[in-house]
Design a protein around this ligand. Structure first.
Ligand SMILES: Cc1cc2nc3c(=O)[nH]c(=O)nc-3n(C[C@H](O)[C@H](O)[C@H](O)COP(=O)(O)OP(=O)(O)OC[C@H]3O[C@@H](n4cnc5c(N)ncnc54)[C@H](O)[C@@H]3O)c2cc1C
Length: 424
């Protein structure tokens, strides 16, 4: 009997298997995971794993007994190699052919690799998987001077953790400000300054041209300015690529992720995609997006479980994200546009503040540092589409928390905020 085949045992795939049972699905569920481990949480890999010693243990996504208890056929260390859409089957790396009624891509993303001279030297690492993190743990015990390539979330989380361990850390970032793709300039400036004050050598506007080594072992990184930064450990964090090749090979549309509609369905009515590998129409941003976050992976899985159990449901959840960089906890609600106007509430010098981002008079997102109450209020305001005005945010006396608890807009006005977005 064919059931649901899930490709990928990460945050999205495991949550989907769980939610399918919670929604009452009783058919077979096959979960294929090419990593050999019990599914684990990735966020701690660039945080607690870095600051801890080399006995740090991965945090499992579910207990080992979960799969048997929920009646999920879990196939660790097995890769799905091909999909035969006409027959509705997949072929796996252990030589099996497995039928499906519905097939779900939860294949995630992988590191974008660099191809510059010296990149194969011993001492150069990436950070995506548990195996990556364990290799880094070992490398860090002997390292003194670290160069991090890329001032994105992963690079800076690692840099802050390595600095906390007392290592000498330099960050090379080609762009003029850190996390430029996702943060407002105000917030980028705060992080640049705080990391510098904590002893990290932040080299902004400096890419990496090559790596130097002796006897196959890393000795340094050469910046695009020609400066050489001595290093015995390099971590490259220059973004990820969606694992969408299998979908492409089977003839599905792929454009920075597997293209799906608001119910996370591809153009093939039996095939779906979610999490880091999917590109979907986002009602809050009013455009198509591919998001890389735990919230997105788990909320999409809960929503897709409804659709797969006969209750077609559009995915409309508000995106939110967090990052822990040394002492700084950053929380972001919504999607911030590159040209948004920003309003600061609170004082960065105190280490607790929020940046409110507006496109015209429309609130698009809120970035909060060590201010969880602001973040929760922002999530409610954005989720409900409450009409918060820039003047209100500018007024230091205005009660934002109280406002976030006001009644949502009448339904017809809220619908106006949720204009349809392009679907495939
Ligand atoms: C170090 C690190 C720190 C992070 N920190 C945060 C954070 O603080 N906050 C936050 O919100 N997000 C964070 N993220 C992002 C978050 O972990 C991801 O967005 C989330 O894991 C995405 O889940 P996913 O299931 O879509 O993909 P993944 O977790 O990548 O899982 C996909 C799995 O599918 C497997 N796979 C791929 N192809 C096949 C195949 N053909 N057959 C079988 N298996 C296959 C992959 O190997 C992988 O194991 C972090 C990510 C990393 C790497």
């Amino acid at each position: 009997m064919s059931g649901i085949v899930i490709i990928g045992g990460g945050q999205a795939g495991v949550q989907l298997a769980d939610s399918l049972r919670s929604e009452g699905y009783q058919g077979p569920i096959d979960l294929f995971a090419d990593e050999p481990h019990l599914p684990y949480q990735r966020p701690p890999l660039s945080k607690d794993f870095i600051t801890g010693d080399d006995s740090a243990e991965p945090l499992p996504l579910r207990a080992e007994t979960f799969f048997a208890e929920r009646g999920v056929q879990f196939h660790p260390g097995i890769r799905v190699l091909a999909i035969e859409r006409d027959q509705q089957t997949v072929s796996t790396s252990n030589g099996r052919t497995v039928p499906y009624e519905s097939l779900v891509f939860a294949t995630g993303a992988r590191n974008r690799e660099m191809t510059i001279p010296g990149v194969d030297l011993k001492g150069i690492h990436y950070l995506r998987t548990l195996d990556d993190a364990m290799a880094l743990q070992t490398a860090m015990t002997a390292a003194r001077r670290v160069v991090v390539v890329g001032a994105g979330f992963i690079g800076l989380e690692f840099a802050a953790g390595a600095r906390q361990r007392g290592l000498d850390v330099t960050v090379l970032e080609f762009a003029p400000r850190p996390m430029a793709r996702v943060l407002s300039p105000t917030m980028s400036a705060y992080f640049a300054e705080t990391h510098t004050c904590n002893g990290i050598n932040m080299r902004l506007g400096e890419g990496v041209a090559s790596f130097t080594g002796t006897d196959g072992k890393l000795t340094g990184a050469v910046g695009t300015s020609g400066t050489t930064y001595p290093a015995d450990l390099v971590v490259i964090g220059v973004g990820v690529l969606p694992n969408s090749e299998l979908a492409e090979q089977t003839g599905l549309d792929v454009n920075n992720g597997i293209t799906v509609d608001s119910c996370l369905r591809t153009a093939d009515a039996h095939i779906f995609a979610l999490g880091d590998c999917s590109n979907y129409p986002n009602t809050h941003a009013r455009t198509r997006l591919r998001l890389e976050s735990v919230q997105n992976a788990t909320d999409q899985a809960r929503t897709l479980a409804k659709t797969l159990t006969g209750k077609p449901t559009a995915y409309k959840n508000l995106p939110w994200f967090w990052s822990q960089q040394g002492p700084i906890k950053l929380q972001i609600a919504g999607i911030i546009g590159a040209d948004d106007e920003t309003i600061l509430r609170g004082t960065p010098a105190t280490g607790n503040f929020s940046v409110y981002c507006f496109s015209g008079s429309q609130l698009t997102g809120v970035e909060s540092v060590n201010s969880p109450a602001d973040h929760m209020a922002a999530r409610r305001i954005l989720e409900l589409g409450l009409p918060l005005m820039p003047e209100q945010v500018m007024d230091a006396e205005f009660d934002l928390k109280g406002f976030s608890k006001t009644t949502p807009l009448p339904l017809h006005e809220k619908e106006n905020l949720e204009q349809p977005v392009a679907t495939p």
